[in-house]
Design a binder for this molecule. Structure first.
Ligand SMILES: [Zn+2]
Length: 263
């Protein structure tokens, strides 16, 4: 396995020193590091005008980062010149997995927020909700230099307190229950391709050891590209369609960037 070697590290001499200097799992933010990070990422500046995009889809991956599954996903994204958005769990970010996350970011993927503890946040107070989001925001910024731009609620469990307390657009997605080992590779492929449409957000998991999804991606990615879809980050998806995602108290959660209803 390439362990995403070609996609990061070799071109970015600051990657190692940043991870080394910020070893440990504390959430202290380092403003100076953030300010010196290059701003040329596709997440921040899509490389083309909105009108130049055709059909677009975003593959999203929840429950990482880790050193077992995430590197395989990155290898496939690199192989097919595709980009994706990762929703990471704060408590999964440790010294080793943070380097994989940084690698994902350096390859042009987007790192977003999937809470700290992956609990039912609709049972939490506003303060607890904010603490969950801030913890992960700060760790992502510490290692990549950029804060998450989107939030995916664990179990897609939401309530108004969450919409009031979290200052990011909420993202759902069209899934294939790939968190369940009993769902075969073939079923995962079939379900994803069945739900593919312009503007869609596909919900997958790069959870620890979820190799069936890696196998499914070996078919899903080239097939979507063959059908004319460009695989982009969430920021690019909204940008390509000229849409500003809702991030206020409106109870809206996206499965397609162009959806008109709240759900
Ligand atoms: Zn999850």
């Amino acid at each position: 396995m390439a362990m995403c070697a070609a996609g990061c590290g070799s071109e970015n001499s600051t990657a190692e020193s940043v991870s080394e200097s910020s070893a440990g799992t504390t959430a202290a933010t380092t403003v100076t590091e953030a300010e010196t990070i290059s701003v040329s990422h596709t997440t921040q500046h899509p490389a083309k005008e909105a009108a130049e995009y055709g059909k677009v889809i975003t593959l999203t991956f929840d429950d990482g980062p880790n050193t077992t599954c995430t590197p395989y996903v990155l290898d496939l994204l690199e192989k097919y010149n595709a980009r994706a958005s990762f929703f990471v769990i704060g408590n999964n970010i440790n010294e080793e997995s943070a380097q994989v996350m940084k690698c994902a970011y350096d390859m042009g993927n987007e790192i977003n927020n999937h809470s700290r503890t992956h609990s039912y946040m609709n049972k939490m107070t506003a303060e607890e909700i904010k603490a969950e989001v801030e913890y992960t925001d700060e760790l992502v910024e510490k290692y990549t230099g950029e804060k998450p731009r989107f939030f995916r609620p664990p179990y897609i469990a939401v309530n108004q307190t969450m919409f009031d307390s979290i200052d990011l657009p909420f993202i759902n997605g069209k899934g294939c229950n790939d968190w369940d080992d009993k769902v075969s590779v073939e079923k995962r492929v079939e379900k994803v391709l069945e739900q593919a449409e312009d503007g869609a957000i596909i919900l997958l998991h790069d959870a620890d050891m979820n190799f069936q999804t890696v196998q499914a991606l070996e078919t899903i990615i080239p097939e979507l590209q063959k059908q004319g879809y460009e695989l982009v980050t969430l920021t690019e998806l909204f940008f390509a369609k000229g849409i500003t995602p809702v991030s206020d108290s409106t109870p809206k959660i996206y499965s397609n960037c162009m959806q008109e209803g709240n759900w």
